[in-house]
Design a protein around this ligand. Sequence first.
Ligand SMILES: [Zn+2]
Length: 105
Amino acid sequence: MKPKHTQGPWIVGKRVAEPGKIDRILVGREGQPGMVEYTVASIHGYSENADDNARVIAAAPELLSYLKEAVEDCPCTVAERASGHLVRCRAPFWQEAIDKAEGRS
Ligand SMILES: [Zn+2]
């Protein structure tokens, strides 16, 4: 199934309000190299913490894609998956994160 979110990869960009002053951090699809073309998140103000948050947001499409692969590749049998996976399998937790990202929880 094709994801409903804006296709990645996403990048982090900074909006400069005036020379030397970043007033907003943008996350979105890249247009020109290094420039956000389509904004999916806008963080007002600038701080190191906001920059870190923006990087987490920008990584989301790839993280989601790899997490889906990890769930598909879990070592459990069909029967074990149907009964909630093996105790050591982390796939149910990964699936919870996927459900959260896709609005099912
Ligand atoms: Zn499993």
